[in-house]
Design a protein around this ligand. Structure first.
Ligand SMILES: N[C@@H](CCC(=O)N[C@@H](CS)C(=O)NCC(=O)O)C(=O)O
Length: 195
């Protein structure tokens, strides 16, 4: 049995979305970061956490990869060239998309007010725009990052694009705009968002 800890406004959305895609049942504890429920399973107080048979798994990407491997879906098999390309896209998205949005969030509402440097957001937006162009250059044909097969980095990218829209980070590439609309129209995304 799976238990997901973390609300849908956090990166826990990636895990909930994936479980909906895989049609797995799960319990959902929408606990906020640093709350007692979270610290009990993750001393860093961060979400998401996936609890599997009383064992907590930390970090959304580790969780997505575990679920994809376990259920044999949303991933190429470990040890294949396709898996290397898939993982390399995942790392690119974490470095260039997730990191920029997270840094902007820290300087908007997470760090103590006196430590926030709001000017950093201009350079993050500039880098985010450049990263979108780089990503487009790495995408082949097809609806997904890996072509016609949906994989773990698609969940991360689509989640980051939704995050970018709410953080007012401009989406400068029309292909990424279309991609986001298409991904957010998936029934599993809609079911996850409705939680
Ligand atoms: N790399 C981690 C990042 C986890 C993370 O920073 N989560 C945020 C919410 S989306 C959080 O719990 N922040 C609370 C804090 O940093 O104090 C992941 O992907 O799960």
């Amino acid at each position: 049995m799976y238990t997901v800890i973390g609300g849908t406004k956090s990166r826990a959305m990636r895990v909930i979305w994936m479980l909906e895609e895989l049609e797995q049942s799960f319990e959902h504890v929408a606990a906020p970061p640093r709350s007692d429920d979270v610290v009990a399973v993750n001393p860093a107080g961060k979400v998401p956490v996936l609890v599997v048979d009383q064992t907590p798994i930390l970090d959304s990407t580790a969780i997505l990869t575990y679920l994809a491997d376990k259920h044999g879906s949303f991933t190429y098999p470990a040890g294949t060239i396709e898996r290397a390309r898939q993982d390399s896209l995942t790392q690119f998205l974490l470095d260039e998309f997730d990191a920029a949005l997270w840094m902007a969030a820290r300087h908007s509402f997470i760090l103590p007010e006196e430590l926030r440097q709001s000017a950093v957001k201009d350079s993050l937006k500039w880098e985010f725009e450049r990263s979108q162009r780089t990503l487009i250059g790495r995408m082949g044909d097809g609806d997904y990052l890996m072509g016609d097969t949906i994989t773990v980095p698609d969940i991360i990218l689509a989640h980051c694009m939704g995050w970018a829209i709410s953080a007012r980070f401009p989406i400068s590439q029309s292909r990424l705009e279309d991609y986001t609309i298409r991904m957010q129209a998936r029934p599993a995304f809609e079911r996850a968002s409705a939680r």
